[in-house]
Design a protein around this ligand. Structure first.
Ligand SMILES: *[C@@H]1O[C@H](CO)[C@@H](O)[C@H](O)[C@H]1NC(C)=O
Ligand SMILES: *[C@@H]1O[C@H](CO)[C@@H](O)[C@H](O)[C@H]1NC(C)=O
Length: 236
């Protein structure tokens, strides 16, 4: 009989509150908050709160590690923008576009779209494939390399996007090295052409993002024959 009366009666609710709040004026929101803090403190004094505290601690550690990592590697595109030059792009037979809107390849809010073969021709990138007998689309995860090979019997046109990526192309006109290379920013889309008998390599140098690429080749490559050279450069 006592319990229902207690719950229903405002007379009984008040003294109970006073015990928690430690003050007669229970309308003050600050005091309600301080009562909450008081019970929180009480909770933390109990051994029961230990796992709870530990998980908060772990969460904070995780946040701080993540934050350190992000500040350790500044956005790769910042470094690229400063290094970029049209002359270097010409040496690797490449043209780059901003993936943002507006740009030559992104005319509306849907994003970018391009035809690699016609865009390469229109941009003066020559020596690539003018028709695709074979198509490859793929991913290069951070730190990984694709290519670093030479096809003797096919010309190839690439589209590269998604991450900070190093593109290297054999170029006998470059003294000493015999190649040229550029870095494509994570916010850029590049179209590049590698004529037959020209070595090429794509290296993802991004700490987090994946590089994506499309390769259009004008003949079907025979990978078991002697028409390709592999591991051309040892320093990649
Ligand atoms: C590659 O391009 C060259 C010149 O641009 C052309 O003569 C050759 O036929 C092309 N290769 C293939 C397999 O189509
Ligand atoms: C390479 O493999 C193809 C089948 O995929 C075969 O027809 C061809 O004879 C092979 N060439 C060599 C040089 O082993």
């Amino acid at each position: 009989m006592r319990a229902p009366t207690e719950r229903g009666s405002p007379m009984m609710a008040n003294p109970r509150r006073i015990v928690y709040i430690n003050s007669p004026s229970s309308d003050n929101p600050f005091q309600i908050r301080s009562s909450f803090l008081a019970s929180l403190l009480q909770f933390f004094q109990k051994p029961l709160s230990l796992p709870f505290l530990l998980s908060i601690f772990l969460f904070l550690t995780w946040i701080s590690i993540r934050f350190q990592r992000v500040s350790q590697f500044p956005t790769p595109s910042i470094g690229t923008a400063a290094d970029w030059s049209v002359d270097d792009d010409m040496k690797v037979n490449l043209i780059r576009f901003s993936s943002g809107i507006p740009s030559q390849i992104a005319k509306d809010k849907r994003g970018w779209l391009l035809d690699p073969v016609s865009l390469a021709l229109a941009s003066g990138i020559s020596g690539g494939a003018v028709s695709c007998a074979s198509l490859h689309v793929g991913e290069i995860r951070p730190g990984k390399i694709r290519g670093n090979h030479r096809h003797h019997n096919c010309n190839e046109t690439f589209v590269i996007w998604g991450a900070a990526t190093k593109f290297r192309l054999e170029n006998r006109k470059v003294a000493d090295k015999g190649y040229a290379e550029v870095i494509i920013g994570a916010d850029e889309v590049a179209v590049a052409a590698s004529p037959g008998r020209t070595a090429h390599a794509l290296v993802n140098i991004d700490p987090i993002r994946s590089t994506f690429f499309l390769g259009c080749q004008d003949s079907i490559i025979n990978y078991n024959g002697t028409s390709n050279d592999y591991n051309v450069w040892k320093d990649l």
